[in-house]
Design a protein around this ligand. Structure first.
Ligand code: AMP
Ligand code: GLY
Length: 430
């Protein structure tokens, strides 16, 4: 089976690395890929928003299946483009159509979906310039802290959590009237604050059936102790100790089943990943957000824990026979630590030579922002390399990743040496 994987981050390297282990794989193409994915298949220099260019490659290279890594091509309608093209409609795309992708593209759409299908989530109302004053009144009915969310995609920055009511009103006005986050915040969801510990649950669905993949916890802030600016993610752990079987059973019954049923009832024809951001409030799940793709760096711990064949999993998803696929999971813990460029998530320099990747023996290095430059591998993004390790405990896995983090070097290298700090003591030997 020939596969085209779209994307260029650590998520795509982890997927490519696992796909390349399958004897069911024919040719693997990654567009545009990075210096890591080129060891798993052939990188194609394609703009993944240029669907006509993707079509040419799919037809000329006899691609049998397309896997979409990031959300942008999904929100732009790549799955609809394939379904509506007589030459492409027999090529399954792993990733939802535009309507399903709106679950990530619009917070209000996602909240309406959750309420329509009885998925537990914080109560909310949405506001725009026509009813801004009702927004102030609604804020007054809530307890602090106040949660304000720009409706549209705002590069991970569109959520504000504020302790003070007056400040919340000022920010609501600034988001709507002054377009603080551009068009993304012309419409704002105001919601109740959810208490608890956060985790991410990943589901793959073929539209009828589904498989729950390993859960994970990521570390979004740049600074140790979860301080400082938000990033794409500085590290991740899977499984999450507090997501025990009792909790996961509630997640399946109260969240996953109504979500997949909701896709069917609403006619989404949803084939692909669902990334469910959840709050565990005293053992009860509540949905914070949906994403329509895998997480990064969560993929770098979730995918290595899948022992069964990944090509088979995607083939079954594409054919609508996922119910018959036997998903096998490694019981051990996987941890990943992300090496980033100095200055990230603010401005940073690129093109720094990366040394020492070959001396890493206890971890699998997944490339994120890397590129080949002659014989060298150089940095080409903020997040550079994810180092994933296995252990019987979280600590054992993390210790290996931290040793590996010291073996790799590039000018300005930074990583969080406290990934997993809140979970280490909960870790149990399996
Ligand atoms: P989102 O973009 O919706 O994932 O929000 C970003 C982050 O804000 C989440 O990962 C949570 O940590 C936090 N957050 C969002 N909504 C809530 C809420 N209702 N209660 C508490 N924290 C929230
Ligand atoms: N690590 C969070 C995300 O991929 O959205």
């Amino acid at each position: 089976m020939n596969i085209l994987l779209l994307g260029s981050g650590g998520r795509e390297h982890a997927l490519a690395w696992k796909l390349a282990q399958s004897d069911k794989l024919g040719n693997l193409y990654i567009a545009p890929g990075n210096a890591g994915t080129s060891a798993c298949g052939e990188n194609l220099a394609l703009d993944i928003s240029n669907f006509d260019a993707i079509k040419n490659e799919v037809l000329s290279r006899s691609v049998d299946l397309v896997i979409v890594g990031p959300e942008a091509p999904l929100v732009e309608g790549i799955s609809d483009y394939f379904a509506n093209d007589s030459n492409l409609k027999s090529v399954p795309v792993i990733g939802p159509k535009k309507v399903g992708a709106t679950l990530e593209g619009s917070k209000q759409f996602a909240k309406e979906f959750m309420f329509r299908h009885g998925v537990p989530t914080a109560k909310y109302q949405s506001f725009n310039k026509s009813n801004l004053h009702e927004g102030y009144a609604f804020l007054g009915t809530l307890q602090p802290p106040y949660v304000l969310k720009a409706d549209g995609l705002a590069a991970g920055k569109g959520v504000l959590i504020l302790d003070d009511l007056e400040e919340a009103k000022t920010e609501l006005r600034s988001m709507i009237a002054d377009k603080k986050f551009g068009e993304a915040s012309e419409n704002v969801v105001v919601e109740e604050f959810l208490k608890g510990i956060e985790l991410s649950v990943f589901v793959l669905t073929d539209g009828e059936s589904y498989k729950i993949l390993p859960s994970a916890k990521d570390y979004k802030r740049i600074g140790e102790g979860d301080t400082g600016l938000n990033t794409g993610g500085m590290g991740a752990i899977s499984p999450v100790p507090f997501a025990d079987s009792n909790f996961m059973q509630k997640v399946e019954e109260q969240v996953v089943k109504p979500t997949i049923e909701g896709f069917k009832k609403d006619g989404f024809d949803y084939k692909g990943f669902v990334f469910i951001g959840l709050m565990n409030d005293n053992g009860n799940p509540s949905v914070v957000e949906y994403n329509v793709r895998m997480g990064d760096p969560e993929t770098e711990v979730v995918i290595p824990r899948i022992k069964s064949d990944l090509v088979e999993m995607f083939r079954a998803c594409g054919k609508g026979t996922l119910a018959g696929y036997h998903l096998e999971i490694d019981e051990r813990t996987a941890a990943t630590v992300m090496l980033v460029s100095g200055g990230y998530p603010k401005s940073y320099e690129k093109g720094k030579v990366i040394k020492g990747i070959d001396s890493v023996t206890q971890s699998t290095p997944f490339h994120a922002g890397t590129a080949e430059q002659g014989a060298d591998i150089v940095t080409s993004g903020g997040r550079v390399l994810a180092l994933t390790s296995f252990g019987n405990t979280i600590k054992e896995a993390l210790d290996k990743s931290f040793i590996s983090a010291e073996l790799v070097d590039f000018e300005g290298k930074y990583y969080r040496a406290d990934i997993g700090f809140d979970l280490v003591n909960e870790s149990t030997v399996v």
